[in-house]
Design a protein around this ligand. Sequence first.
Ligand SMILES: [Zn+2]
Length: 551
Amino acid sequence: MNIKLESGIIFDPKNKIRNIRKDLYISQGKLVDKKDINGKIDRVIDCKDKIIMPGAIDMHTHIGGGKVNTARMMLEELHTENTSGHDSSSIIAPTTIKTGLKYIKMGYTSCFEPALLPINARQAHSEMSDIPFIDKGGYALIGNDDFFLELLKKKASQSLINDYVAFTLTASQCIGVKVVNPGGINAFKFNQRALDVDEKSAFYDVTPREIIQKLSRAIYDLKIPHPLHVHCSNLGIPGNYLSTIETIKAADNLPIHLTHIQFQSYGNNGDKKFSSAAVEISNYLNKTKNLTCDVGQIMFGQTVTMSGDSMSQYKNHKHAHPNKWMCMDIECDAGCGVVPFSYSDKSFVNALQWAIGLEIFLLVKDPWNVFLTTDHPNGAPFTSYPHLIKLLMDRSFRNDMFEKLPKSVQSHSILKSLKREYTLEEICIMTRSAPAKILGLNNKGNLTSGSDADITIYDKKISDIEDFFANPSHVIKNGEIVVNNGKIKKYTWGKTQVVKPEYDKTIEKKLKIFFEKYHTISLNNYKISDDEMVNLIGSEVEVNECLDKRK
Ligand SMILES: [Zn+2]
């Protein structure tokens, strides 16, 4: 199918195109130059009153794997549509189909599950391949697994660690590596209840700092585009901004990405011993090379928290709402905790968390370094993105919301003094161009000829920012019009985005012995081949190139 998007206003920050009216051409799933169209144009969409951006990319959203399913089972009552037929309560842990429908209707065309446990990769990919429309990918969890910690304890060479990281990525069909509470989840299994950056785990005698150093180095050496994705130590603890800064220092300017940084930016000042450290953290983000973050904004209301960080989820269980929760250890790999939670605008802590997230968004200067997330569903369901964008783009709306918070919170936040309003271009960078860049997705997040025709078309006549972003007039996925005026026109199925760095296969000999001794499945059954992805799991694999040279 050949499509012409006629005379729309284009935002394509990668190509430095801002607010420029031009035609776009789509043929066989790709953006093309007019001269390269094969055959006649089948469809012309009049875009005179439209704003066109690349399809949005959610680089951190929990949409597949064991914890998501546990939340679905645990919160059965929240899936029930209410009497008006409105299904707002089912957005917290939606089914695979609803996940795809809600993302595509908001113009999101690629989403990444940030906590894919390699031992559960088969299940997670099977589930994600059932999500319609979007491309997806996973970040493999490494850093609390016994094999890796044993390597560190025995002072294994960096090259052996690199082989293990590359093997794990390849075997689990992932695009990046994430470390959650480095070493802490494992230490929890040995009854430690906290692990700061320079604290040793009792069993392995390893510190989180060493884990960050080794893993960030492995990713750099292997030329994996996505930097080490880090959920820092001491999540949610007052005063934890110091651990966050130490984690940044541990990487020693090698690329790292700090996820849901809002939960990692807490001071312990004031009479409530809980304060914002957004200024301190943003200063680091503004001055440190190769450092990016996503915010993990919270929104008020019911949600469910789900995390591999069983150490912190165990602490949180006393706040469970409704009052049920689970924590578990998972083989030799990691842990998991699911705790339902309701954020209240009357609570000092919750209201200040809301303000801290927004402070960071507004204080980090470069939108290429900060990404729009709610850590779905930990801070809020992803369906709140249009509302969040309005908070960033409209200062008076933001201040109106802020003034509704308890006075004690208002006096503890600088939010009202922050005059910045995000521009459309900056929103386009943080939701498209920058996530594509940091994931190494060369064919996404831009409107270059030859790139995937994943496109969101917004209606310029909608003046309310939240309505504008919630209701694109058209969404095009791989060259097909899948959404038109809120209606699904066609179901399509995206690909799984992966990287496959090279490594020395002799590491598999060591792993085979380890698997036979400790794991419930053999090494051969652990590995997922491309054939299995396509024929059994049901998703085509797209291999993204590793970087040839770093800047
Ligand atoms: Zn997360």
